[in-house]
Design a binder for this molecule. Sequence first.
Ligand code: PHB
Length: 403
Amino acid sequence: MTDKRGIHTPNRRTLLKGASAMAAFAALGRFPTPAIAQGAPLRVGFMLPYSGTYTKLGKFIDDAFRLYVEQKGGRLGGRNVEFVQVDDESEPAKATDNMNRLVSREKVDVVVGTVHSGVAMAMAKVARDTNSMLIIPNAGANAATGPMCAPNIWRTSFSNWQPGFPMGKVMYDAGHRNVMTITWRYAAGQEMVDAFKENFTKAGGKIVEELYLPFPQVEFQPLITQIATKKPDAVFSFFAGGGAVKFVKDYAAAGLKSSIPLYGTGFLTDGTLQAQGADAEGIKTTLHYADDLDNPANKAFLAAFKKKTGQDGDVYAVQGYDAAALLNIGLSAVGGDMAARDKMIAAMRAAKIDSPRGPISFSTAHNVVQNIYLREVKGGLNRYVSIAHAALADPARGCKLSS
Ligand code: PHB
């Protein structure tokens, strides 16, 4: 049947036939796939920033995901893998179209993306609407594993709450009482500042002022002048990628580096140290990774990533690598048959990964449970100082999934 708008609608009989078939498939715990599908390559859609301030972040996620696949002989769950790439430009306004293109036109089996929280929220909505498998290898938008959580939505990185929250205690314990915050005005910056504030004010600290500028602007000067005028005890910040490089350099150039200590979530100094040079030395941050974590998985990963790309791995590369590891665990449990969705998801829920960041597992909301480390930049590396919060799980406020 075709309705007035020319849209195909099934009649009652087809619906009923469909309904009983669905019940049968559901009873079997799986849905049918064309005979060819299992022999066919697994189509992985990368929706990542390949341009703009987050370019390097996207590239490292992509490189490290491919590294994992190469280490498995070009296969995940026994299936050859082929890739489709979409440059999302960290542009939320284009995100729905880009995601639909991967899901509906390119018919990928799984989407891996993205870096920017605003883009990720649009992707999560499409993933929910179309029941597509989505693995988020960076974007921390709390809602993706909060109110938007779903069986088919996974994250191998962090929620914005996770690296921000422990810093509240770290800065209070360092003796800071009056703190200013500065970030881009969008979900990631806002949520990291909120998480920091939650813990810092609970301890008794006071927020003097919150400074914001639009993403991805880098005209930091007027805001840095306000910090110099107000003279807080310290500053908490979130910037990343190209923007973080410039902010750290501008902060030092303004002469504030030694008088008003700069802190942040670890994105401020991750993947950026070569470009920031001496201006980043001594900066303390909290994150779920440190360059010198002394575990065999980290050493092997950094060596392999260097061999493949000629570059030093960072937190983004680790998250991309773990996205492939998680997918491999799910697919291996079903012999590569993505149609056995329930079984695949059960295996992913039980996943324990020996990640370069240390051991990780997944919460009921499908976010990573992980250590948050205090790091300090020394000799061009984000060096481990201590565990700021062990095995920290996001509170998953608003998530209705149950275990
Ligand atoms: C985000 O938008 O969620 C985001 C982007 C870059 C980061 C961290 C979080 O480094």
